[in-house]
Design a protein around this ligand. Structure first.
Ligand code: ASP
Length: 311
């Protein structure tokens, strides 16, 4: 017997291609990739699976898609390397696992889940966690698998602009992350997020994704959140935890709390980006303060939807 209808939301980053430079072909490719990622998570929920498995499935689909900045297609650091961050969190008990600055596994989110499920730790970096992934049988493709010419060219453009003292204000070049939040039929929520970070970030920089309560958070008592945008600001304003705190202490709905944090706390402090959030009743919120956010969502019984811009 169904306890309640499931709900799922995904994002492919707020580093949206400016509407002025979007083509119908590109738009169709992004929408198709988003639909595929929603379907990957919904298939799990439809079969009575957990929110945790659903967000893992959706984020893997997004990591495998070179259009998005995570896994295959991750952006490059100033040193021309790819360093990835990923996180997963279980709303039943706030169990969480994260990895930072890693390169190797096809699906960084699976390594984050391994940290959660097989170690006593929350966040791991370095060679040892990669060894754990290999030992557990995670896929480690050749390094070329992760390379995309578009991301490499974006790094060259960014470095050339910096050389001239110009700011790189193209969000499509700078931003990007993927994420998923879900509420299953048991009323359990979960969140997962994965990213290459920022084009031209310094080697060793860690973003908001692997910092629980910043870019990724889940607690059945409030909500599950996955963020995308200016990571440093998400960290300083503890974006995910703040949304949950507003629900818990002010009695706000997930929509009100997410809206406040994204449109006020983050926006007023140069924190461009957005979040996807779901509460334990399956209510969804997808606010963003940027030109767009690649996103998709579904509630049991409804048709899945995808969108990029505001309209
Ligand atoms: N939040 C990510 C980071 O700062 C980037 C993004 O979502 O655009 O690493």
């Amino acid at each position: 017997m169904t306890k309640q209808p499931y709900a799922l939301a995904i994002h492919g980053g707020a580093g949206t291609i400016l509407k002025s430079t979007m083509t119908p072909e590109k738009e169709a490719a992004y929408e198709e990739a988003l639909r595929h990622a929603v379907a990957a998570g919904e298939t799990v929920l439809q079969a009575g699976g957990s929110a945790l498995d659903a967000v893992t499935a959706s984020v893997c689909a997004l990591e495998d898609e070179p259009l998005f900045n995570a896994g295959r297609g991750a952006v490059f650091t100033t040193a021309g390397k790819q360093e990835m961050d990923a996180a997963i969190m279980d709303g039943r008990n706030r169990d969480t696992g994260t990895v930072a600055g890693i390169f190797g596994p096809k699906n960084p989110v699976k390594l984050a889940r391994l940290v959660m499920e097989t170690t006593p730790h929350v966040c791991m970096i370095g060679e040892h966690v990669l060894e754990l992934g290999r030992a557990a049988g995670l896929e480690f493709p050749d390094a070329d698998y992760f390379f995309t010419q578009a991301r490499w060219d974006a790094l060259q453009d960014t470095l050339a602009m910096r050389e001239k003292g110009e700011d790189d204000d193209d969000p499509a070049r700078r931003h990007g992350t993927v994420g998923a939040v879900a509420c299953d039929r048991m009323g359990n929520v979960a969140a997962a997020t994965s990213t290459g970070g920022w084009t031209g970030k310094l080697p060793g920089r860690v973003g908001d994704t692997p910092m629980p309560g910043a870019g990724n958070f889940a607690d059945n008592a409030t909500c599950a959140v996955s963020g995308t945008g200016h990571g440093e600001i998400f960290i300083r304003w503890t974006a995910g935890a703040e949304i949950a705190a507003r629900m818990r202490h002010l009695g706000e709905t997930v929509v009100e709390a997410a809206e406040h944090v994204v449109m006020k706390d983050l926006k007023d402090n140069d924190g461009s980006g957005g979040v996807i959030a779901v509460d334990a009743r399956g209510n969804l919120a997808l606010p963003f303060n940027s030109e767009g956010m690649y996103r998709g969502w579904v509630r049991e019984g409804d048709q899945p939807k995808v969108a990029i811009y505001r309209d």
